[in-house]
Design a protein around this ligand. Structure first.
Ligand code: FAD
Ligand code: NA7
Length: 556
């Protein structure tokens, strides 16, 4: 029997976003498949298996909000979930809801073309198969295109070299000299894990920009703590707080300006949050102005720097680890990163002082002429984020215009409410550009539920008698964002971002981490917070989708 290729909807991606979207569209009665280039579900947590890989959102809210039974019963023994646990959790959700049969793995989308005559999308995959669907939802993730450094001789290294985003499942570095390039969230996790005694013979961090990292506050969750969280899930207070907050990290953001309190009180507040742990808590839970007021930012930086100096015993290592930029990237937290450098077998090379000049057979040479012999090089060099996952496939909407052409006109990625693009009918994105900057599972839940409602509303508008038969698109109208709506959203996003210090740091958030990136310095998030984001998109739905148009097929 030939394989079915016509569906009501195709979901691309099998991470948090793709799994929930598949589940939700199936519940609507649609015929759906979810495809992924990977060989199993998990997304981020399928690919990122490096030592120390974990979430830096607290466990109680790094999960779906919609499966109440799982919220109460699914185990999370520590305050942060580690990669194998998140992967297992997502696999569990898939099994529990009997979703596995709707996935097509090892199935990479290479192109998507909108057929205006029939109002259907044609998705071509790596093996040449063409799937037809009325609706497409892309959940490609914002951090899945890996960034590789381009040093002279990079391919001549004879040892093992792994990017953290595609790490081998089995490794043993116990007698190996390991170099880690990168000290963002991932580098900090790798170094903290491998720097512990007995993990490797020697560990060298090749660090270009030292970062501000605060303790995570990880540790076992006691029975009493779990009961308290469960009570919060039951009475609704946990998600009431999360969905009505700015960054959705499970704590109340501060409303106090840094210099409205005495120096003594300021230090007390920093210390209190340092002791509680979590990067987002430190950045947003201490004072309200760290991300936009330079003096407030400096004060927070000074507190963290004092902790680095206090923790790292070797003054030369401590000097190298001190950041010299504002505290304005996605905030980091760790389980003993700075302490790791007190181990004799762990060292740091500051690449701004002695840049890498070449990779060679035996390792890495730096500009001071020093040869660093290595057995393993770990590239914790991050991702070409956000729009990159869309740029590497060909997506063509109305008039055969590509998404890239559309974004070129704006000199950067643009969407309406982070989920739709004009002239790309019946096509929605999860975690696309210009969505809310916040803890992602609650953002994903928000977007999936909104997209599902929008599709349902469109089907009701078309007065469809039956769905689920596959290939039901012909004659039906589309739902697509209007150009005016996208323009307005973009303008609002830029206004919101104008005041933030985040624009000053080189990071994936603005695409400034990738040399020569097409849309460098372009905005990629809505910085107004999850609460406001939800209010705006709820109103869009309640008002009958005024930012969207409905168009009949040309051949109708
Ligand atoms: P992903 O999980 O990235 O899944 C996208 C999937 O799409 C991938 O499996 C990919 O193979 C597939 N795909 C992409 N393109 C194609 C294509 N063309 N064809 C077929 N398949 C395709 N976020 C937080 O909020 N808190 C955290 O603590 C946190 N920690 C993180 C730690 C790490 C190491 C990383 C890398 C990210 C972290 N994130 C965190 C972000 C994380 O990506 C999100 O929390 C979440 O997992 C995103 O889910 P998703 O479904 O949107 O995308
Ligand atoms: P990040 O945060 O982009 O960090 C990448 C790191 O790699 C960062 O320290 C970079 O230094 C460094 N880097 C990148 N290219 C090079 C080259 N060519 N040479 C030396 N060093 C380099 O990625 P992560 O994976 O850590 O985290 C991404 C997100 O995943 C994170 O925010 C969480 O949401 C999870 P730089 O700072 O550019 O000087």
């Amino acid at each position: 029997m030939s394989q079915q290729t016509e569906f009501d909807a195709i979901v691309v991606g099998a991470g948090f976003g793709g799994i929930y979207q598949l589940y939700s569209l199936l519940k609507l009665g649609l015929s759906v498949r979810a495809i992924d280039a990977a060989s199993d579900v998990g997304g981020t947590w399928y690919w990122n298996r490096y030592p120390g890989a974990m979430s830096d959102t607290n466990s109680f809210i790094y999960r779906y909000s919609w499966d109440k039974e799982d919220l109460l019963e699914y185990p999370w023994p520590e305050h942060y979930v580690k990669q194998p646990e998140v992967l297992k959790y997502l696999q569990h959700v898939v099994e529990k809801h009997d979703l596995r049969k709707y996935f097509l793995f090892n199935t990479e989308m290479r192109s998507a073309d909108f057929d205006e005559d029939k109002n259907v999308w044609k998705i071509k995959t790596k093996d040449g198969t063409i799937y037809t669907a009325r609706y497409v939802v892309t959940a490609l993730g914002l951090l899945s295109k890996r960034n590789f450094p381009d040093y002279p001789g990079v391919h001549s290294f004879k040892g093992e070299m792994h990017h953290t985003g595609a790490f081998p499942r089995e490794y043993d570095f116990r007698n190996k000299r390991v170099g880690v390039i990168g000290s963002g969230s991932t580098g900090v996790q790798v170094i903290t894990a491998l720097g512990k005694p007995g993990q490797v013979k020697q560990l060298t961090s090749f660090q270009r920009s030292p970062q501000y990292s605060v303790p995570s506050g990880d540790g076992p969750v006691s029975k009493e703590e779990r009961e308290k969280f469960n009570q919060g899930y039951k009475d609704g207070s946990v998600y009431d707080q999360v969905f009505n907050s700015l960054v959705a990290f499970g704590f109340d953001e501060s409303t106090i300006p840094t210099f409205s309190v005495s120096e003594e009180e300021r230090q007390r507040i920093y210390q209190e949050n340092w002791d509680k742990g979590n990067g987002f808590r430190f950045m947003f839970g201490t004072f309200c102005d760290i991300t936009y007021d330079r003096a407030a930012n400096d004060a927070a930086c000074n507190f963290i720097k004092s902790k680095i100096k206090e923790t790292v015993k070797d003054p030369e290592k401590a000097r190298k680890l001190l950041p010299d930029e504002p505290y304005a990237r996605r905030p980091l937290c760790d389980g003993g990163y700075y302490q790791t450098f007190n181990n004799d077998h762990v060292d740091v090379v500051h690449l701004k002082e002695t840049p890498i000049t070449e990779f060679n057979e035996n390792g890495i040479r730096t500009s001071d002429g020093k040869q660093h012999d290595l057995d393993v090089i770990i590239l914790a060099t991050g991702f070409d984020a956000m729009d990159a996952n869309y740029m590497r496939v060909s997506i063509k909407g109305r008039n055969r215009e590509s998404l890239q052409d559309h974004w070129d006109k704006k000199n950067g990625p643009s969407t309406y409410i982070g989920m739709a693009v004009p002239d790309f009918p019946n096509w929605f994105m999860i975690t696309g550009p210009m969505g809310a900057f916040a803890n992602l599972p609650p953002v994903i839940d928000t977007q999936v539920e909104w997209i599902t409602d929008a599709i349902k509303a469109q089907m009701e508008r078309d007065n469809e008698k039956s769905v689920g038969a596959g290939g039901t698109a012909e004659g039906k109208k589309t739902i697509e964002a209007s150009q005016a709506a996208e323009d307005g959203w973009l303008e609002g996003c830029y206004k919101l971002a104008a005041g933030t210090l985040f624009t000053e740091a080189n990071s994936w958030i603005f695409g400034t981490n990738i040399p020569g990136k097409r849309y460098a310095k372009a905005l990629t998030f809505f910085f107004g917070g999850l609460k406001t984001y939800r209010q705006i998109i709820d109103k869009e739905a309640q008002d009958g989708y005024p930012g969207f148009e409905n168009r009949a097929p040309l051949a109708a």
